[in-house]
Write a protein that binds this ligand. Sequence first.
Ligand SMILES: NC(=O)C1=CN([C@@H]2O[C@H](COP(=O)(O)OP(=O)(O)OC[C@H]3O[C@@H](n4cnc5c(N)ncnc54)[C@H](OP(=O)(O)O)[C@@H]3O)[C@@H](O)[C@H]2O)C=CC1
Ligand SMILES: O=C1OC[C@@H](O)[C@H](O)[C@H]1O
Length: 354
Amino acid sequence: MASEPRPRWGILGAGGICNDFAVGIVMAGGSISAVGASSVAKAEALAAKVKAGQAHGSYEALVADPTVDVVYIGTIHTMHRPHALMALAAGKHVVCEKPLAVNEAEAREIIDTARAKGLFLMEAMWTRFFPLTRKVREIVAGGSLGKPRCLQADFGFVGPSDAKHRLWDPNQAGGGMLDIGIYLVQLATMIFGMATADVKGTAVLTEQGVDAEGSCSICWKDSGTASLMYTLRAVTPERACIMFDGGYLTIEGPAHTPTSVTVSRSDGARGKVEPETYTVPLPSLKHGLTVNYPCSEGMVYEVEAVEACLKAGQLECHEYPLDESLAVLRIMDAFRQQVGVFYPQEHDSSCTVS
Ligand SMILES: NC(=O)C1=CN([C@@H]2O[C@H](COP(=O)(O)OP(=O)(O)OC[C@H]3O[C@@H](n4cnc5c(N)ncnc54)[C@H](OP(=O)(O)O)[C@@H]3O)[C@@H](O)[C@H]2O)C=CC1
Ligand SMILES: O=C1OC[C@@H](O)[C@H](O)[C@H]1O
């Protein structure tokens, strides 16, 4: 019996993560129809590497390409909204890098558009598709450790020395929360859910006014608390620990791309636990392919998950639903409001942090 054709991908952008996601498609045995970038030379360079059929010198040409079914958007944060809206307007399914948009209001506009058009949309929160993230969810839902009560997690690295880099630039919605704090917040919503939470934040801001380091405490009064710390100026273990009434679960660093998880069960005697470790190594890169970001070999899991959704005709992914993208942005909006990080585009559009 002939197998169904795979969805044909278009890669919008040719920067660091676009390469890595495209490598994930190649590793999944998928099909890349085209790459579209700000210049044809950039598009051609990536297209040659991942053996895409076409290279377009504009994003408009990419989304208009009839051989593209689903567009992956890997441009800077501030371009996610216009690029997602452009691809949806052209009738394409969309997978958009994290954060789905700069704030909740922008994300809502993208989501409403996708839903109105009956097109698939997902924020590319690749962590959700790692085998060990799925294992963590299974353990939490299974209830054998009891109820999750607290989460403690960190993510940090020393940011680029180039002061103009997107991470430091308010015009590109820089700062640590939207870039890496988001991984901690999505872990918290994965454990404690999407209900409205009380958010308390503190942060160190740069001279340009973006957050170089921050600490975010979240309280869901009926379920638990999260204590999250991120930094762009220190190396951290990038570990996460979920604490239950019957023990604790440690996701070893790098927790956003997990390869080792230890479950420590309490036998009832205070201070005594029985540890059990699960490991799943990263998949190997296919010959000749290279990635820009640590552990991007794991992009393949996300590609497989999206393709499974498309094959099943789903318009969103139950492992990272759009309402959860909104819940995460709501928390990040509240955090930014408290620590005083506002982006220029938020002053002159209706999309403001509420
Ligand atoms: N899932 C993950 O692990 C990771 C996700 N990301 C996410 O991916 C996105 C891109 O990050 P990254 O790949 O590191 O960034 P890069 O700077 O490497 O690439 C960003 C791309 O955005 C496009 N772009 C459009 N407008 C501008 C502009 N005004 N200035 C600069 N670039 C512009 C460019 O596309 P073109 O090539 O067409 O010129 C550029 O290549 C971010 O949203 C980030 O959060 C980043 C790293 C890891
Ligand atoms: O998503 C990400 O994960 C890895 C980081 O290095 C990068 O800055 C960020 O965008």
